[in-house]
Design a protein around this ligand. Structure first.
Ligand code: HEC
Ligand code: HEC
Length: 317
C-alpha cells in the first residue's frame, strides 16, 4: 500500500469517513423524501380550482402547479445515478466500490500504458555503449530533458554544481566516472560519510596544522611550517583519502591533491570538515524513473550518457 493510500485510509478510519458517508446517505434519503412528499401533497384550490400554496403578494398568488414531469424525471435519474455511483465507486468511507477503482490504480495504469509506449524509444539505446548514446542527437535531447527535470535543482542548469553538489562537467569524479558508475548513481543515489575527526587528530592546533598539510597537497596557499607539523597526523585520514591523499573512489573519499573542492577549500572550511565531519547524499532516482526494471535502467542510461557527455567528447575516437 502506498503512503498516500495509508494517509487516506487512516483519515477515514478515524471517524471522519463515517461522518461524511452519513451526511451523503442522509442527503440522498432527504432528496427521496422531498420528491415523494411533494408528489403526494394536495393543497386547497382557489376559486378557479387551481391549488395555491396560500402565498400571495400584491394579489399575485403562488399557484401550486405540479412540477413538470421531465423535471421530476431528471431529479429521480440523478438520485439513481448517485446511488449507483456510490455502489460502483469508492464514495462511502472505506467501502472500496464494486469496480475496485482507485485514483492510484488509474494513475498506475496510465503510467503503465505510457511506459509501454516509451519502451521501444529507450530500448534501442540499451545495447549501445555510452559513447554511441552520447553521440546520438535524439538521445541527447531526451537526456537533457530528463536532466532539466530531475537534476538541475542540485547540479545546476549548466551541470557545474555548487557548494556540496559536485560539478558534473569536469573529469574529477568522486567515483569512477564511467558509464556504470553514473547509471548506478542515478538509480541508487549516493551517500558520503566522513566522520568527525577532531578526537582522532588531537588539539585545535593539531587540526589547524593538519588542515595546512591538506592544503599543501594540492599546492594551495598554506603555512608550510604548520603543514610540516600536521603531516604526521594525516595517518588517520589515509584510511579513506589514501597515504598520498589521492582519495578512494570506492568509498567516495575525494582526491585532496587536485585543486577541486566540493566545499570550496580554504583553511577554515577544511578545519571545519576535519572537526565536524561531512555527510552528503544524493537521493536515488530509480523509483522516479519507474522502479527496478529494464525501462528505468534504459532511461538512466540515456540520462547518464547526457551527463557523461558533459565532460567527455562523444566524437572522440
Ligand atoms: C537533491 C540534490 C541532488 C539531485 C536532485 C541530484 N543530485 Fe547528483 N549529487 C548530489 C550530491 C549531494 C552528490 C554528491 C554525493 C557525494 O558527496 O558522494 C551528487 C553526486 C552525483 C554524481 C557523482 C559525481 C561525482 O563526482 O562522482 C553524479 C554522476 C550525479 N550526482 C548525477 C546526478 C543526476 C544525473 C541527477 C538527476 C537525475 C542528480 N545527480 C540529481 C545531489 C543531487
Ligand atoms: C571514513 C573515511 C574518511 C576519513 C577517515 C576522512 N575522510 Fe575526509 N572525506 C571522506 C568523504 C567520504 C568525503 C566526501 C564527503 C562528501 O562527498 O561530501 C570527505 C571529504 C573531505 C574533505 C572535503 C573535500 C572537498 O572537496 O571539499 C576534506 C578536506 C577532507 N575530507 C579531509 C580529511 C582529513 C584531513 C581527514 C583526516 C583527519 C579526513 N578527511 C578523514 C571520508 C573520510
Amino acid at each position: 500500500m502506498s503512503t498516500t493510500q495509508h494517509v487516506v485510509t487512516d483519515f477515514f478510519s478515524q471517524g471522519w469517513g463515517w461522518y461524511v458517508a452519513g451526511a451523503t446517505v442522509a442527503s440522498i434519503a432527504f432528496c427521496i423524501f422531498l420528491i415523494a412528499a411533494t408528489a403526494k401533497q394536495r393543497l386547497p384550490g382557489n376559486e378557479k380550482g387551481v391549488s395555491t400554496t396560500g402565498h400571495a403578494w400584491d394579489e399575485i398568488e403562488e399557484l401550486n402547479n405540479p412540477l413538470p414531469r421531465w423535471w421530476v424525471g431528471l431529479f429521480i435519474i440523478t438520485i439513481i445515478f448517485g446511488i449507483a455511483y456510490l455502489y460502483f465507486f469508492p464514495g462511502l468511507s472505506t467501502h472500496a466500490g464494486r469496480l475496485g477503482w482507485t485514483q492510484t490504480t488509474q494513475y498506475q495504469d496510465e503510467m503503465k500504458r505510457y511506459d509501454e509506449s516509451t519502451k521501444p524509444l529507450f530500448a534501442q539505446y540499451a545495447s549501445m555503449d555510452i559513447q554511441q548514446v552520447a553521440a546520438d542527437a535524439k538521445a541527447k535531447g531526451m537526456g537533457e530533458r530528463m536532466y532539466l527535470t530531475y537534476c538541475v535543482q542540485c547540479h545546476g542548469s549548466n551541470g557545474k554544481g555548487s557548494m556540496g553538489f559536485p560539478n558534473l562537467t569536469d573529469k574529477d569524479w568522486l567515483g569512477t566516472g564511467d558509464a556504470d558508475y553514473i547509471v548506478t548513481t542515478i538509480l541508487n543515489g549516493r551517500q558520503a560519510v566522513m566522520p568527525p575527526m577532531a578526537a582522532a587528530v588531537g588539539t585545535a592546533a593539531d587540526v589547524e596544522n593538519l588542515a595546512n598539510y591538506a592544503l599543501s597537497l594540492s599546492g594551495a596557499a598554506h603555512d608550510s611550517l604548520k603543514a610540516q607539523m600536521g603531516k604526521p597526523k594525516f595517518g588517520v585520514c589515509a584510511a579513506c583519502h589514501g597515504n598520498d591523499g589521492k582519495g578512494n573512489k570506492q568509498i567516495g573519499a575525494p582526491n585532496l591533491t587536485d585543486d577541486v573542492w566540493l566545499y570550496g577549500g580554504g583553511l577554515r572550511t577544511i578545519q571545519h570538515t576535519i572537526t565536524e565531519g561531512k555527510q552528503n547524499n544524493m537521493p536515488s532516482f530509480g523509483s522516479l524513473l519507474g522502479g527496478d526494471n529494464e525501462l528505468a535502467r534504459a532511461k538512466a542510461k540515456v540520462l547518464a550518457a547526457y551527463v557523461w557527455g558533459l565532460s567527455n567528447d562523444p566524437q572522440a575516437k
